[in-house]
Structure formats: structure tokens, C-alpha cells
Design a protein around this ligand. Sequence first.
Ligand code: ZN
Ligand code: ZN
Length: 119
Amino acid sequence: MEINEIRISNNFELSEFQCPCCKRVMLHPLLLKQLQKLRSDIDQPIYINSGYRCKPYNKQVNGVPTSYHLFGMAVDIKVKIISMEALSVLAGLVGFKGIGVYDNFLHLDIRPEKEIWRS
Ligand SMILES: [Zn+2]
Ligand SMILES: [Zn+2]
């Protein structure tokens, strides 16, 4: 088995949230809780494009310097058969406050105040 290959909720492994460059990972329990709730509600696989990012990796992917990805408080996801718009509504219902709607992924984070933006 590889590092971080640990099931941490019904449908997610810690490795899915790790930084691709260094395999380090931070994960806020509330992020996991809400993501699992969303996963259970839609009953469809959620693909995590980006979870935790270390500083160099965040820079490499042109993330904003204050990105919630740096703190294990954000994920970029997609779900095959659900549109980003529909998914963004469902994500709001399970409690995500920061929601970025992009062409082929959704950014979700657990910032304190509600903020929704579109690419
Ligand atoms: Zn890294
Ligand atoms: Zn993001």
C-alpha cells in the first residue's frame, strides 16, 4: 500500500486530497464532512482534481497566494453526469460557502462567508 491510502469516510481516501507533487496533505474535517454529504446526496462518484496544495505547487498551477487549497479547506471537483451549475446549487445546500463555477470543474471551500463566482 502507498502512503495516504487510508479510507477516511464512506467514499473518500486521504490520498485523493494529497498534493500531487509531494504527497503531503492537510484536510479540514468540515471539508470532508460536507464533501461526503454531497457525495451521499448525489450518489455519484466525485472526482477530486485538486485538494491540498503545498506552496510551490499552488504557485505552479497559478493558484492565488491566499488559496484555501493551501490550508486543506478547498477542493476542485467534477461529477460526470451533473452540470456544474446544478452541482453548485447542491454544494450550497450541504453548506459550502465558497463556490467557484468553472467550465469543467467546481471549486468548493469552507470560507466563513458565502461567496459564489463564475469563470
Ligand atoms: Zn506539493
Ligand atoms: Zn480550487
